[in-house]
Design a protein around this ligand. Structure first.
Ligand code: CNA
Length: 380
């Protein structure tokens, strides 16, 4: 135990970078409150919603897709019609070519449609169903000290989360379509299920901020361990043991108190460049990831697609340029895809991929191997 602690304390951040570890504590929200000053947001408010809707937005009401207002349409300069509401606003902006560098921030909610429970959804979330793991408190399952004493609860969960059991869903393919259309600057995901890679989002467009199962290492001395062997051991109910120090090996999923992968620090360049932030399926409760959403320019529109309002979107009034569509994520994303005229293309992509006809995807990705280990380099 003490060995584990001292070992972790030896971890250092890359040169010139403040060491950042994963934490469940959400510090004081640092949302900037200065008024937006760009013409872009002015354009948005003019073209997106009626005065009445804008006023509702400032009071923090969400644009429910099922509400009558979202069924109304506005005429665009090109003569086509776009529904009102958050999706209509963002869809229109995208169609006008005003958005070219989208940063997507995602969480477990994008994978629930693939059959993977998230953390916090009441009833179905992992935190509501932890009795079978026999742990004293929910976060223990991702606590490195707890793992050091007893790796079995995490390994039980890992059996369910290991890539290979689940398929990407419409939301993943929508994000891949953003990339194919040349609009995706980067996707930052907290997920460890590997579905982003599996649907074909390339490594250079993806930051798996909480690591992944693609590589494995000793949790004490960080000696790399063959990921396939680790998987086999975990699937067989045994603990993979480090050949160097006999510590328990774990997949390179970032636990609370552990350093985030080096790739995460790319955010310092990406977020200031973003001209649209899409936040999908996350409760924004885990730091430092959650605070990323506050690092885009104050003039940049942010779209939240989630079942409930979270993070800075809980504030009243909403920041100018903040838009949210509350409800089922797959439905919301599908509506946005329809507004953009991408729905059929996404379905075709999904079908061809599912049929194994899509040559875009690297076969080593779909077989669960990983060709990119750079993100875990800083951990060893
Ligand atoms: P969370 O705290 O469970 O939040 C998920 C959010 O998504 C909640 O606000 C839900 O309301 C929302 N949501 C869930 N399903 C839907 C849906 N169908 N439509 C709309 N909204 C939905 O999870 P976070 O991602 O915020 O927390 C970060 C943790 C979760 C990360 O560190 C992950 O490692 C961890 N996690 C990942 C996975 C995965 O990889 N699939 C699964 C479970 C937990």
């Amino acid at each position: 135990m003490s060995k584990a602690k001292s070992s972790r304390e030896r971890r250092i951040a890359p040169p010139g970078i403040t060491r950042v570890t994963r934490s469940s504590i959400n510090p004081q929200d640092s949302q900037r409150t200065k008024p937006a000053d760009s013409g872009l947001v002015d354009d948005l408010s003019l073209m997106s919603v009626s005065e009445q809707q804008a006023s509702l937005a400032r009071k923090g009401k969400s644009y429910q897709s099922s509400s009558p207002s979202t069924k109304a349409v506005l005429s665009s300069p090109s003569g086509s019609s776009v529904p009102r509401g958050a999706l209509g606003t963002i869809g229109r902006l995208m169609k006008l070519g005003r958005v070219r560098n989208i940063v997507v921030v995602a969480g477990a909610g994008i994978s629930t449609a693939s059959g993977i429970p998230d953390f916090r959804t009441p009833g179905t979330g992992l935190y509501a169903n932890l009795a079978k793991y026999d742990i004293p408190y929910p976060e223990a399952i991702f606590n490195i000290d707890y793992f050091s004493d007893n790796p079995h609860p995490f390994f039980s969960l890992a059996k369910e989360l290991y890539p290979g059991h689940h398929r990407p869903n419409y939301v993943h393919y929508f994000i891949r379509m953003l990339h194919q259309k040349g609009l995706l600057l980067r996707m930052y995901t907290q997920n460890i299920d590997g579905l982003e890679k599996l649907c074909g989002i390339p490594d250079d467009k993806l930051v798996e901020a909480h690591g992944s199962f693609a590589t494995a290492a000793c949790h004490l001395c960080y000696t790399p361990y063959p990921s396939e062997e680790a998987k086999q051991a975990i699937m067989n109910g045994s603990v993979p043991i480090c050949t160097f120090c006999a510590g328990a090996v774990k997949p390179n999923v970032v636990f609370f108190g552990e350093d985030l992968p080096e790739k995460y620090f790319q955010h310092a360049e990406d977020f200031p460049k973003a001209d649209l932030l899409m936040i999908m399926g996350t409760s924004l409760k885990i730091e430092p990831f959650a605070s990323l959403v506050n690092t885009v320019k104050s003039t940049v529109p942010r779209l939240l697609l989630n079942r409930d309002s979270v993070g800075p979107f809980e504030r009243r009034p909403l920041r100018r340029g903040d838009y949210m569509e509350l409800g089922d994520l797959s439905e919301s994303v599908r509506k946005l895809a329809e507004i953009l005229g991408w729905h059929t293309e996404i379905q075709d992509l999904m079908n061809s991929h599912e049929n194994g006809l899509c040559s875009y995807i690297d076969p080593s990705i779909s077989s669960g191997e990983n060709s990119d280990s750079s993100e875990t380099d800083s951990m060893h």
